[in-house]
Design a protein around this ligand. Structure first.
Ligand code: PAF
Length: 284
C-alpha cells in the first residue's frame, strides 16, 4: 500500500483507524516520527527505528512557528514537501500528516506546555520559549495520533529529555524511543540547518566533532573547567567566531557536574558559523 497523505485531524483519525483495522489487525501498534520536513538521513533512521518497533509508521511534517524566536529562521526554514514525501515513502512510512498552522493552532488557541526546570538551561537559556513551543506541538501530535511509540534523535538531547519528562508527567501512554546522533563522513551531526552552510562554513563545521572527540579522549585526566576551556579554545582556533555555550552536564538529568563526580557526563555545545546555529553533544 502506498503512503497516505493527510492534512487535517479528521483525515489523520480516519487514516489511523483504517490502518489499525485494515490490512493489519486491531492490535496494530503505531509509531510517530515528528519532523519539520527537509527530510535527511537522520530522519530516515528515525523512520527505520519506528518501523522496527511498530506495525504502522506515521511521520509528521510541520514547521512549528511556536518554537521559533522572533529573530530566528522560521521564514527561511527549508521546505521540500514533494521530495520529503518520496523519501519518507521509500523508507516505508504508512501515513504522513502535514497540517497547516490553522489546523494546529486554530483561532482561540491559548495553551502552552512547559517543562520549566529542564527547559531553563543550555538551549533553553539562549532560546527562551523554544521548548515551550516544542512541548506544545509534541503534546498535540501525541494526543492527536494516540501513538504507542515516538522516535526522537539524541542530537537534540535536551529536547529528548524534556519530551521524556513531559510524557511521564502527563501520563501520556507513549514510549519514547531515542536514536543515536547520525553523522556525516566528517562527523558533523546531520541537521536540516546544515543546508545553510556554504563550503567555507562547512570546512569550519567539520572540526566540531573532532574537537569534541578530543575532549572526550582527554576527559579522564582533566578537570571540568579545563575540558570546557580546551573545547572553547579549539573552537576559536578552528575559525568558529561565536560560541553560544560549551557545558558539561549529567546525561540522565542535565544536572551540573562537579570534579568530585565526573561520571555519566555529556558535553553539550552550541556555536554559530556565520548566521547558522549548530548544536551537538557527546558522551564523555
Ligand atoms: O526536532 C524537531 O524537528 C522538532 O523540534 C519537532 C520535535 C519536530 C517539534 O517541532
Amino acid at each position: 500500500m502506498s503512503v497516505e497523505i493527510v492534512r487535517d485531524l479528521r483525515g489523520l483519525h480516519t487514516s489511523i483507524a483504517r490502518h489499525r483495522n485494515g490490512p493489519l489487525n486491531t492490535a496494530a501498534s503505531l509509531a510517530i516520527v515528528p519532523t519539520m520536513g527537509a527530510i535527511h538521513k537522520a530522519h530516515e533512521k528515525l523512520i527505520m527505528e519506528a518501523k522496527r518497533n511498530a506495525d504502522i509508521v506515521l511521520a509528521t511534517i510541520f514547521v512549528n512557528p511556536m518554537q521559533f524566536g522572533k529573530n530566528e529562521d522560521f521564514n527561511k526554514y527549508p521546505k521540500s514537501e514533494e521530495e520529503d514525501i518520496k523519501r519518507l515513502e521509500s523508507k516505508g512510512c504508512n501515513i504522513i500528516y502535514i497540517p497547516n498552522v490553522e489546523t494546529i493552532y486554530p483561532d482561540g488557541f491559548d495553551l502552552s506546555i512547559n517543562v520549566p526546570k529542564l527547559s531553563s538551561i543550555l538551549c533553553g537559556k539562549k532560546r527562551p520559549a523554544h521548548f515551550e513551543g516544542v512541548c506544545t506541538i509534541v503534546t498535540k501530535l501525541l494526543l492527536q495520533s494516540g501513538a504507542d511509540y515516538a522516535v526522537f534523535g539524541e542530537k537534540d538531547y535536551q529536547q529528548l529529555l524534556i519530551i521524556k519528562r513531559l510524557v511521564k508527567n502527563l501520563d501520556i501512554p507513549c514510549q519514547i524511543l531515542p536514536i543515536e546522533t547520525v553523522r556525516d563522513e566528517n562527523g558533523l551531526a546531520i541537521s536540516s540547518r546544515n543546508q545553510y552552510l556554504n563550503t567555507e562554513n562547512r570546512n569550519i563545521a567539520n572540526n566540531i566533532n573532532k574537537i569534541m572527540k578530543n575532549a572526550a579522549d582527554n576527559y579522564k585526566n582533566k578537570d571540568i573547567e579545563s575540558t570546557i576551556n580546551l573545547v572553547k579554545n579549539n573552537f576559536l582556533d578552528s575559525g568558529i567566531k561565536k560560541i553560544d555555550y560549551v557545558e558539561i552536564r549529567k546525561g540522565e538529568n542535565l544536572d551540573v557536574i562537579s570534579n568530585n563526580d565526573k561520571s555519566n557526563a555529556r558535553l553539550f555545545i552550541a556555536v554559530y558559523i556565520s548566521d547558522t546555529r549548530l548544536i551537538d553533544n557527546i558522551k564523555l
